[in-house]
Design a protein around this ligand. Structure first.
Ligand SMILES: Cc1cc2nc3c(=O)[nH]c(=O)nc-3n(C[C@H](O)[C@H](O)[C@H](O)COP(=O)(O)OP(=O)(O)OC[C@H]3O[C@@H](n4cnc5c(N)ncnc54)[C@H](O)[C@@H]3O)c2cc1C
Length: 510
């Protein structure tokens, strides 16, 4: 029996959130899809692993864009529409901020959030709520415009706040509200999820992040992020998608500026009308296009011109007691010795000690996260990729353990418990781990940084020009929306939509 068909409509490289979203959407429209995944499991970063008989989340802190069952946001709705049935658990709080002079737990809901800030910084309710409402208006515009593009004149009429704030940084807009520093600090913690300091972060991106997480709350799947990828893969196969694991795609075959198939490390040459790649454009344009003469110089310029976003360093532990007994009170803690995001961003270029940590105790959002009498606790920072690139192989083990120890010591001091005395299992994930398991370029987890120079609006406008090879689309955190698991799903859907639109246009032109 032949392993592959002679021809597919679409080959998707990578069976993680983005690639599987593309596959589901294409299969839903009756297309014949092959997914090639180099690992022996689906999911990429959206995965879990087992240590000492305990299943452990590999990455996910919280998912955006899910929403309640009767009021789904776009990612939650996509899963429902595709028949991917996930048991979503709402994270109980927005976050606990542990910042100089502040120990505050804030909860989702725009007015709840503003009230809780007002309780700590009196007299700020109206201004904070009005900032959050502005974020919400921009968020609604982004959602509508991403589905219904419109003329500039109409946009100005219907989406005034979005248009007026688009050219400003987050810092500029927040400063214009003239809030006391403590209130500003309490509005900053999620910043690391988008990976740019506020002097360079478009307010549009801040708005989406803030309105989504604070307005609607965040969610986790009961069976970890792997529940998403496993169920997506299962559903895709039920819809007729062929998924092959342990198949590393080495080359994307191109002729006369148009992709027509791939070659795997095993030597199979497989043909399709379209290729969707979860591999980073940096990797694709520098080593995967065959023949290399088909790589346009503009594509190399584009990948060199974009700034990679952040990678991850995470210490994930299973502890030998309950969260309550260990004094862990919050699902999510952001801890920093300053809330100057520009300074913190610079700090992430080094190898620690890191000044901004994000800690998660899954048991406080998921009562079945670990066996009774234990709990999970992860301490994470998201460094820039350049620092870790300087670590020599012979120093890697030492540096990794030093950084992990600093992070454990800092959180032990915060909790008043020596975490080292309570570790049943520990895993240290570094940028190298991410690179090894997912092939992500330099271990990057968020694609390209959202900056004023590389504004999402400009990305949307130049998307067509940046489609350098016909019938080749990109699907992953490195595509237009960037940043995280929810956007990876959105990017996967967008890549599939581009393929479907091109198919329809080419059919119509025949
Ligand atoms: C510690 C940590 C914590 C995080 N926390 C959060 C969080 O709380 N919320 C959030 O939204 N995001 C979080 N993220 C980021 C998020 O996990 C990623 O942005 C997202 O999962 C990326 O999904 P993806 O589908 O683009 O890529 P990936 O998950 O990187 O998957 C790419 C897939 O393609 C496959 N592949 C690559 N090249 C090839 C090839 N040549 N041939 C075949 N297969 C190939 C890989 O094996 C992999 O399966 C976190 C990440 C880390 C590391």
């Amino acid at each position: 029996m032949k392993f592959y068909k002679d021809h597919y409509d679409v080959i998707v490289i990578g069976g993680a959130l983005a690639g599987l979203s593309s596959a589901l959407m294409l299969a839903d429209k009756g297309k014949d899809v092959l997914v090639l995944e180099r690992h022996n499991l689906p999911g990429g970063i959206a995965s879990s692993f087992v240590r000492g008989g305990i299943e452990i989340e590999a990455a996910l802190h919280e998912m955006m864009s899910i929403g309640e069952k009767d009021n789904r946001l776009k990612v939650g709705k996509f899963f429902d529409d595709m028949g991917v049935d996930i048991e979503w658990l709402k994270v109980p709080e927005a976050y606990h901020a542990s910042l100089p002079g502040l120990e505050v737990t804030l909860h989702p809901g725009l007015s709840t959030f503003a009230k809780e800030i007002d309780a700590v910084v009196p007299g700020t309710y109206d201004k904070v709520l009005s900032l959050l409402n502005l974020c919400n208006t921009v968020f609604d515009s982004v959602n509508e415009l991403s589905i219904h593009p419109m003329s500039k004149a109409k946009m100005l009429l219907k989406h005034e706040a979005f248009v007026k704030t688009a050219g400003y940084t987050t810092k500029e807009v927040i400063d214009s509200f003239d809030l006391p520093k403590k209130a500003q600090d309490l509005l900053a913690p999620y910043w690391i999820y988008v990976g740019s300091g506020f002097s360079d972060l478009p307010f549009t991106i801040y708005s989406v992040l803030r309105a989504d997480y604070v307005g609607y709350g965040s969610y986790i799947p009961r069976k970890f992020s792997h529940e998403m990828s496993l169920k997506m893969a299962e559903r895709a196969e039920a819809m007729g998608v062929q998924i092959e694991y342990r198949q590393h795609v080495e080359k994307i075959l191109v002729k006369d500026g148009k992709a027509y198939g791939v070659r795997t490390a095993r030597g199979d040459e497989i043909h399709a009308d379209y290729v969707i790649s979860s591999a980073y454009p940096n990797k694709v344009y520098t080593s995967m296009i065959e023949p290399a003469s088909e790589v346009p110089s503009k594509a190399i310029k584009m990948v060199n011109g974009r700034r990679l976003s952040l990678t991850a360093f995470s210490v994930i532990m299973i502890l030998d007691d309950t969260a309550e007994n260990l004094g862990i009170k919050d699902y999510s803690v952001f801890k920093g010795d300053t809330m100057d995001t520009d300074l913190l961003y610079k700090d992430l270029a080094g190898l620690g000690p890191y000044r901004y940590l994000t800690c998660i105790c899954h048991n406080l959002g998921n009562d079945t996260a670990t066996p009774p009498g234990t709990c999970s606790y992860s301490i994470t920072t998201l460094p820039q990729v350049k620092g870790w690139k300087t670590v020599k192989a012979e120093d890697y083990d030492r540096v990794k353990h030093e950084v992990a120890k600093q992070m454990i010591d800092e959180m032990s001091a915060y909790l008043g418990v020596n975490l080292l005395d309570h570790i049943l299992e520990i895993v240290i994930e570094t940028p190298m781990t991410v690179n090894r398991y997912t092939n992500a370029w330099n271990g990057c987890i968020y694609g390209y940084a959202h900056t004023m120079e590389d504004h999402i609006i400009a990305r949307l406008q130049t998307a067509e020009e940046e489609s350098f090879i016909k019938h080749l689309e990109f699907s992953g955190a490195h595509a237009i929306s960037g940043d995280g698991m929810g956007p990876a799903v959105t990017n996967g859907r967008k890549a599939a939509k581009n393929v479907l639109d091109t198919m329809a246009a080419e059919e119509a032109a025949k």
